[in-house]
Ligand binder design. Structure first.
Ligand code: HEC
Length: 316
């Protein structure tokens, strides 16, 4: 029932907005369903291949030479699982909304992983030990890269490192994301420019991976004031003064399972508070340089801002 209502909402939304002629996903639902098994299945063959590689390594020690006794059984289960997982991954990719170059690498390395596993299984069955070991260890290495790219696809490339301690970021060569200086004094808080201090950081967190320098999906960039106001391939996405009429807000408010929902399902989503702040910024005219004090937030927005910057909400 809820799903039906959502679908209806989304259809009406489309019909009422002839300017927003999005591409509708044509993939049959059963295939999209099978695709969504990918994140569920994927950890099984990964675990099995890792365990098998470890057992084979340990079996090199004379003391543990029987460690690989169950290799045949592990391969029997892991090989078909790997192939099914790769096929499901490919189906999942048909749903779209992924970073294209990461997806391409992930897809091809996933295929190499499946081919490697099949090769290892065949070599094992036919008694070619050296070739079996070579293909197993090659698959093990490729698997690491494939898994990492898969994680980046669903969670964003900085998922792992975003909250890492400074020294870990240094080792990995990650430049720490610019933090908005937390305004300590109330005066600073009030002087914070709304766009640069509140709105842009939300977009940088949830939109700029796909709407930024590297990728600009739908020719839309959301990484500067000028770009946000310029809009995308279907024109402006922000109508100053009219939040409900702004495509940017409409997309955020669509049900998560709608194909047109932004950010696409599975990607980091802005919180309800952040959406409320975005709407407020648009309602107040979507200007670039006004400070919080100048835009005179109403009580509820003031509370959200105070919460966001960790300032007692009672302060005007
Ligand atoms: C994972 C990638 C991804 C992320 C993250 C993402 N988008 Fe998109 N966005 C797309 C793709 C792909 C399209 C084009 C397909 C479509 O129109 O649905 C698009 C299209 C749009 C459009 C339509 C532009 C036009 O001119 O047609 C808007 C508006 C939009 N996104 C807003 C956002 C906002 C706001 C965020 C962040 C809160 C966001 N997107 C995050 C991938 C993404």
């Amino acid at each position: 029932m809820v799903a039906a209502e959502n679908a209806l909402d989304s259809t009406c939304f489309r019909a009422n907005n002839p300017k927003l002629n999005f591409t509708v996903n044509q993939t049959p639902e059963i295939l999209l369903f099978a695709g969504r098994l990918h994140p569920l299945l994927v950890h099984l063959p990964i675990g099995m291949i890792i365990v098998l590689a470890l057992l084979e390594m340990i079996a090199w020690l004379p003391r543990y030479q029987n460690a690989n006794a169950s290799a045949g059984f592990i391969l029997l289960v892991a090989t078909p699982l790997t192939v099914v997982t790769v096929v499901c991954g490919w189906l999942l990719s048909l749903g779209g909304g992924y970073d294209e170059s990461t997806l391409a690498w992930h897809k091809w390395l996933g295929i190499v992983t499946a081919v490697g596993t099949v090769t290892a299984a065949v070599c094992y069955r036919t008694g070619r030990r050296a070739a079996y070991h070579a293909s197993l260890f090659a698959t093990f290495v490729v698997l690491g890269a494939t898994g990492h790219l898969g994680g980046s696809l669903t969670h964003g490339s900085d998922y792992l490192t975003r909250y890492a301690p400074g020294f870990v970021k240094k080792i990995l060569g990650v430049t720490p994301a610019e933090k908005i200086p937390a305004p300590t004094a109330v005066k600073d808080f009030q002087q914070l420019p709304v766009f640069a201090g509140v709105i842009l950081p939300v977009m940088e967190h949830t939109c700029s991976n796909c709407h930024g320098v590297a990728k600009a999906k739908a020719a839309l960039r959301l990484d500067s004031f000028a770009a946000v106001l310029k809009g995308g391939e279907n024109g402006a996405v922000v109508k100053p003064g009219d939040a409900a009429g702004s495509a940017l807000v409409q997309r955020l408010l669509l049900p998560l399972d709608s194909d047109d929902h932004m950010p696409p399902a599975g990607k980091p989503q802005p919180t309800a508070d952040e959406i409320a702040l975005l709407k407020w910024w648009i309602v107040t005219g979507a200007v670039e340089n006004k400070t919080i004090a100048e835009l005179q937030p109403p009580a509820d927005i003031r509370q959200l801002l105070a919460h966001r910057f960790d300032i007692p909400a009672t302060v005007p």
